[in-house]
Design a protein around this ligand. Structure first.
Ligand SMILES: O=C(O)CCC(=O)C(=O)O
Length: 327
C-alpha cells in the first residue's frame, strides 16, 4: 500500500533538505509573501511490512522476498508480529502460569532440560498448551497474525496445531540444545509444519535467542537422544555430527517472531542475564499424512520421564472420577 505525503516549504525553510529526503517539488509560487518563494512537495511512502506493529490482520502479508527466504533457509525472522501492549499483557499471563505451576499435575508443566524432580528448581521450565490454563490466550493479535503468515508459508489449508511456552530463568536458564522438532513427533507421519516463536522481552545472544542452520530443513531427521543421554529428561538433543558453525542467530525485539519448519535444525543458548527469557510459541500445520515408509525414532521409546508418570496418573484419576464410574 502507498501513502502520499505532502508538504509546503518557504525559501527560509531549506527546501533542499526535503529534496534530499526524496520529496519531489511539483510547483512553486513566487512572491508569496513578497520576496519569498513557496515550494510544494510530495512523496510516496511505502508501508513497511518489516517494522509495522501489526493490528490483528487476517490479511497480514509477508513480502515475496521474505517468503522466498523462508523456503530457501527453512526459517525467517520479523521484528514485529504484535503490539507492545499485547506483549505486556501476555507477559503478565505467562509469569502467572509459571508461578502457579499451571499444568504441573497433568504433566503439562515440566523441566525440559532436567530430570524434573519434585522440589528441584527447573533449568528450562516448559508449559504445553498454556491456553488450556489461560483461555484468554486464544484471543490474541499474535494468534491472528501468526495464522495469516502460516497460510502464506504452508498454504491455505494451514491451521493451528498447538502451543507451548519455554522459560529460561534469569542467570541459570539452560541452553535448548540443537534439535529438529520433528524428532519429538510421530515417526509414521509426513509433516508440513511451522513454529512461530515470539519473545516477550528482547531476545539476545546473552539470554537465549533462536539460532538456525540455514538449509538444514532439506535434511532428514537426524538421530536424537534425551539431553545428556539421560532418559529421565524430556528434552532432546541431536546425537549426530552436524556442522553448526554457520548458524544464524536471530536477536529480536519484544513481540518480534521467528518462523521455522519442523525439520530445521535450531538452538537457543543459556540465559546468562539478570532477567528471565520468555518465549511463547504457536504451531501450525497442514493435516499430516501417513508416510509410505515410517521412520524409527528409537530415542522416543527410551524415555522414562516424571512428566509421563504424572500425565498417566492424571488420566487414571480422570477416568476413575468420570460420572457413572462405580468403584
Ligand atoms: O525457546 C527455546 O529455548 C527453544 C524453542 C524451540 O526449540 C522451538 O520453538 O522449537
Amino acid at each position: 500500500m502507498f501513502w502520499r505525503s505532502r508538504l509546503t516549504a518557504f525559501d527560509f525553510q531549506a527546501p533542499s533538505f526535503y529534496k534530499k529526503l526524496g520529496y519531489v517539488c511539483y510547483g512553486t509560487l513566487d512572491d508569496y509573501p513578497p520576496g519569498v518563494t513557496v515550494s510544494y512537495f510530495r512523496k510516496n511512502l511505502q508501508e513497511r511490512t518489516d517494522t509495522a506493529m501489526p493490528e490483528p490482520n487476517p490479511d497480514y502479508r509477508l513480502s515475496d522476498g521474505q517468503i522466498a527466504a523462508f523456503h530457501r533457509d527453512g526459517f525467517l525472522a520479523i521484528p514485529a508480529i504484535t503490539t507492545q501492549e499485547e506483549v505486556e499483557r501476555l507477559r503478565a499471563i505467562y509469569d502467572r502460569l509459571f508461578e502457579r505451576r499451571a499444568g504441573r499435575e497433568e504433566g503439562n508443566q515440566f523441566d525440559l532440560a532436567g530430570a524434573d524432580e519434585e522440589g528441584k528448581e527447573a533449568a528450562l521450565p516448559q508449559i504445553l498448551n498454556p491456553a488450556k490454563y489461560a483461555p484468554e490466550l486464544k484471543e490474541t493479535r499474535f494468534r491472528v497474525n501468526a495464522l495469516a503468515i502460516a497460510k502464506q508459508l504452508l498454504g491455505p489449508n494451514a491451521n493451528y496445531a498447538g502451543e507451548h511456552a519455554i522459560l529460561k530463568p534469569a542467570r541459570h536458564g539452560a541452553p535448548t540444545p540443537w534439535h529438529q522438532d520433528e524428532a519429538y513427533w510421530d515417526p509414521g507421519l509426513l509433516y508440513h509444519s511451522i513454529s512461530v516463536w515470539m519473545p516477550l522481552q528482547e531476545a539476545t545472544l546473552e539470554n537465549g535467542c533462536m539460532q538456525f542452520v540455514a538449509g538444514s530443513h532439506k535434511l532428514p531427521v537426524a538421530p536424537h537422544r534425551s539431553i545428556g543421554n539421560d532418559p529421565r529428561v524430556h528434552g532432546l538433543e541431536i546425537a549426530a555430527d552436524v556442522d553448526v558453525s554457520g548458524a544464524v542467530a536471530c536477536p529480536l525485539p519484544p513481540g518480534g517472531a521467528t518462523f521455522h519448519l519442523s525439520s530445521t535444525l535450531h538452538y537457543a543458548g543459556p540465559n546468562t542475564t539478570d532477567t528471565p527469557r520468555r518465549a511463547y510459541i504457536l504451531g501450525f500445520n497442514t493435516p499430516p499424512k501417513p508416510r509410505p515408509v515410517p521412520r524409527d525414532f528409537w530415542w522416543q521409546r527410551e524415555k522414562r520421564t516424571a512428566r509421563q508418570e504424572r500425565a498417566q496418573a492424571a488420566r487414571t484419576t480422570a477416568a476413575e472420577n468420570k460420572p457413572g464410574n462405580v468403584m
